[in-house]
Design a protein around this ligand. Structure first.
Ligand code: UD1
Length: 418
């Protein structure tokens, strides 16, 4: 397994350009299955998770070609409706093809996703919603199998605004002779990007981003060209790194409104965030910084995907911070690794209490999942000495060209390949 080695103690300086959003790309790739025509996607990050989705689509019979950051997907010869277990287990998001396959072909079979490091992540909200849309869904021998049963107008209220369930239901409902309302829908910017993509294809969807999504079914969808939104979590990671290392950087290619909660908390610590026209931000951390309390919430609240990075940051500023993780029940895997770097963190259930100190120090640590890996990068860059992050493959799932981007900010980082 590769190791990422970071030479710490650098105040980051320079410019970094944010890639396209991983979490917007994955459902949009799945949504390409809803047409028989070619779709061209721009600003697609070159990441391991995207490669898994490329393989899922290719395994179903689609042609998938990459030219730099453009992905050309031709689903014209899709001839299968089953995602084998070995692919499903690699990435939970491969389940997003379920909604698209049901919407287009009226049948789908996907392997049940296993538990994962950050929590159990069940599928009950997805499946309950699909049943209310008129699909028959059965769970047997580790697989979920669904097929079209009857067209009904549906008014669905989700138990929780699940991102994946909202996306799956949008895709399952869009080609239809019926109307659908999804209430308590997730409001993340990635849901709005999926709506925009589907509407370009000819869908009639409104309300994404507002919590109630209304879908007027259409008979078919066309192929389109679309540019994926910038990755707000990658942007947030660099913003937090800039503040944590007392640096001064420009983060380019961002949508400022998507970064509201992260900006508020970074500012609360005393760091400065300045938004410029044209989609860039300056972050200045070169002043006295203090603690902040964080509670993760569905969008527009503080994102769970930036909680580990923020914990790494707050562990290295003086003062006590309280963090509450409300989205995933086990998203504190990074705590033990941060402790190895000198952090003083107590965890009681979903609450973590951090007694910050002036600086963490580098050692050998392990990335246990994607954002835990990002947290260790923040800790490694801002801490003193060398940090060796084992299992760097987790980081490659969600951060494009990470060494290159760190170098552009003046950080000495290299990879030891296994
Ligand atoms: C998506 C993001 C992930 C992010 C998460 C929360 C993608 C590819 N991934 O994941 O990066 O951390 O949103 O912002 O976009 N739940 C159920 N039953 C269900 C579905 C979800 O109990 O049927 C629970 C989950 O276990 C979790 C919570 O709801 O505790 C949030 O999950 P969800 O919003 O569905 O996250 P994902 O779509 O899996």
């Amino acid at each position: 397994m590769d190791k990422l080695v970071i030479d710490g103690g650098t105040r980051v300086r320079g410019r970094v350009r944010i890639s396209g959003s991983k979490n917007a790309t994955l459902p949009i790739m799945a949504a390409c299955l809803l047409t028989g025509k070619e779709c061209v996607l721009h600003q697609v990050p070159d990441l391991d998770d995207v490669k898994v989705m490329e393989n899922v689509l290719a395994g179903l019979g689609a042609s998938v070609k990459r030219e730099a950051s453009t992905l050309i997907i031709d689903p014209g010869s899709v001839n299968a409706w089953e995602i084998p277990e070995h692919t499903s287990r690699k990435m939970r998001a491969s389940n997003l093809v379920m909604g698209a396959l049901l919407g287009k072909f009226g049948q789908a079979k996907v392997s049940y996703p296993g538990g994962c490091a950050i929590g159990q992540r069940p599928m009950d909200i997805h499946l309950g919603g699909l049943r209310q849309l008129g699909y028959k869904v059965e769970e047997c021998y580790g697989y979920i199998e669904g097929y079209f049963s009857e067209a009904v107008d549906s008014d669905i209220t989700l138990d929780f605004p699940s991102v994946g369930a909202t996306e799956n239901l949008m895709m399952a409902a869009v080609i239809s002779s019926r109307n659908t309302v999804i209430r308590n829908a997730a409001r993340e910017p990635e849901i709005v990007d999926l709506q925009n993509f589907l509407n370009k294809m000819g869908a009639r969807i409104r309300g994404a981003g507002l919590g109630v999504i209304r879908i007027e079914g259409v008979p078919e969808l066309n192929g389109v060209e679309h540019e994926v939104i910038p990755d707000r979590i990658e942007a947030g990671t660099f913003m937090i790194m800039a503040a944590a290392s007392r640096g001064d950087i420009i983060v380019e290619n961002v949508v400022f409104e998507h970064l509201g909660a992260i900006t508020s908390k970074v500012r609360e610590t005393g760091a400065e965030v300045i938004a410029y026209n044209g989609g860039s931000l300056r972050i200045l951390g070169n002043r006295k910084l203090g603690s902040a309390d964080i509670k993760t919430m569905p969008y527009p609240g503080f994102p769970t995907d930036a909680q580990p990075q923020m914990m790494a940051f707050l562990s290295g500023v003086e003062g006590t911070s309280v963090m509450v993780e409300t989205i995933f029940e086990n998203r504190y895997m990074h705590v033990n690794e941060l402790r190895r770097m000198g952090a003083d963190i107590k965890v009681e259930g979903r609450v973590a209490i951090l007694k910050g100190k002036s600086r963490l120090r580098g050692t050998t640590v392990e990335a246990t999942d994607l954002r835990a890996g990002a947290a260790l990068i923040v800790a490694g860059v801002s801490g003193s000495g060398e940090t060796q992050i084992e299992n760097a493959f987790h980081i490659d799932r969600g951060y494009e060209k990470i060494e290159e981007k760190l170098h552009s900010l003046g950080v000495k980082a290299f990879r030891i390949r296994d």
